[in-house]
Write a protein that binds this ligand. Structure first.
Ligand code: EPZ
Length: 430
């Protein structure tokens, strides 16, 4: 299994380019099969989750071609099956977007029910509630969600919990239903808006994305389009907090500052200097960070996908911080690993109480999930000595060229796959 080996202590200094948003790309790639015409999508992140979904789309019969590393061409006219293999849903839960896309286009879909996940139980009851409201018959049989409808009809749907996945999945199916659909208590994340904009560029009629009420007028068919994915606010945030934690000075480029407001506000509270440009943001941290409290919320609140990264930064801040995770029920697993690096953190249910320490020390740790893995890399970048992070396959699911981008900012980090390579790294960095 591949690992990262890091020698901590270097402040991150320089410029970094942010890739397209993984969580927008997963939804948009799926929506692209809803037309029989050809769709070009660029600014796609080259990460493993995207590559798995592209494979799943190919397996059901869509034509898919990688024009270059960040551009794909898709044509859904040759889809021959509406049944998705279990292996894909096991690899990435977001394969469940195929439910909304296939149900919308073919009025039938069979997709394995996603299982649990490292950050908590993640039911899809709201997705299924939405499909049923649109008139689909939805059964769970042998671990599969089997959905079908003579015809989908517009409906008023209230989401009990704000859900990105349910909002996007229902929006896709409703875009080709007959009549009007209203989704209330909808998620407002930039990737929900990006998916609505993409569907509208294909001829859908969706209004209100980005607010908590989305109105959709169903259309008969969708047509070709060329589209560019929105920048990844979580990749951007990860580099912003890495700059803060290492007392660095980093210009994060190819971003939309508005998407980062919750994170920028926290970095200012923690004593960082922030300089905003049209498509870039500069984070400078000259002194030890200050403590703050944070509670994760749906957008535009502080994102749950940035919870591990701010927690690691607060582990080094002066004072005691409280981090509350209000979205998922098991997203503090990384804290045990962090404690092995010397952090003083106590988890009580969905709250982590963090007493900042002067420094962390390098250790051998394991990455429990995508964002926690990125946070442990940040911890290693600040730590005294050598850190080895196992299971980095999780990190590669959502960060393109992560170690190269960090190296470009002055970090001493390498991807290795043997003890011998770790020893060579240690000799090289001294
Ligand atoms: C999306 O997951 C993201 N994944 C997650 O990012 C992100 O953490 C999450 O949104 C919240 O922002 C993708 O976009 C592929 P939810 P999703 O439905 O859609 C509950 C990453 O690191 N819920 O908004 O699955 C659910 O259990 C990943 O990139 C139901 O109860 O999240 C959770 O408590 C991790 N029933 C809450 O809603 C449902 O039917 C929010 O989940 C659906 C969700």
């Amino acid at each position: 299994m591949e690992q990262y080996v890091i020698k901590g202590g270097n402040p991150l200094v320089g410029e970094v380019e942010i890739a397209g948003a993984k969580n927008a790309a997963l939804a948009i790639l799926t929506a692209a099969i809803m037309t029989d015409e050809t769709v070009y999508i660029d600014n796609m992140p080259d990460v493993s989750d995207i590559n798995v979904l592209l494979e799943a789309i190919g397996v059901i019969g869509a034509q898919m071609e990688r024009i270059d590393r960040h551009t794909v061409k898709i044509n859904g006219s040759t889809i021959g099956s509406v049944s998705v293999d279990y292996e894909f849903i096991k690899k990435i839960r977001a394969s469940y977007y195929l439910l909304g896309a296939l149900l919308g286009k073919y009025k039938k879909a069979e997709v394995p029910l996603p299982g649990g996940c490292n950050i908590g139980s993640r039911p899809i009851d709201l997705h299924l509630k939405g499909f049923r409201a649109l008139g689909a018959k939805v059964d769970i049989r042998n671990g599969m969600v089997v959905a079908s409808a003579e015809e989908l009809r517009g409906a008023n749907i209230f989401l009990d919990t704000v859900s990105v996945g349910a909002t996007i999945n229902i929006m896709m199916a409703a875009s080709m239903a007959r009549g009007n659909t209203i989704i209330e208590n909808a998620a407002k994340e930039p990737h929900v808006v990006d998916t609505a904009n993409f569907l509208n560029s294909m001829g859908a009629n969706i209004k209100g994305a980005g607010t908590d009420v989305i109105r959709i007028k169903g259309v008969e068919t969708l047509h070709k389009t060329n589209y560019s994915i929105v920048p990844d606010m979580i990749e951007a945030g990860t580099f912003m907090f890495a700059a803060a934690a290492t007392k660095g000075d980093v210009l994060v480029k190819n971003i939309i500052p508005k998407h980062l407001e919750a994170m920028t506000a926290k970095l200012l509270e923690m004593g960082c200097e922030i300089e905003e440009f049209d498509e870039a943001i500069r984070v400078t941290a000259k002194n030890r960070l200050k403590r703050t409290h944070v509670k994760t919320q749906p957008y535009p609140g502080f994102p749950t996908d940035m919870q591990p990264q701010i927690a690691v930064s607060l582990a080094l801040a002066s004072g005691t911080s409280i981090v509350t995770e209000s979205i998922f029920d098991n997203r503090f697993k990384y804290c045990d690993e962090l404690a092995r690096m010397g952090a003083n953190v106590k988890v009580e249910g969905n709250v982590a109480i963090i007493d900042g320490v002067e420094r962390l020390t390098g250790a051998r740790v394991s990455s429990p999930d995508l964002r926690a893995g990125a946070a442990l890399v940040i911890a290693g970048l600040t730590a005294e000595g050598i850190t080895v992070i196992d299971d980095i396959v999780y990190i590669q699911r959502g960060y393109e060229d992560f170690e190269n981008k960090l190296t470009g900012l002055g970090a001493l980090i390498e991807r290795v796959s043997s003890e011998k390579e770790i020893q060579k790294f240690k000799l090289r960095v001294g």
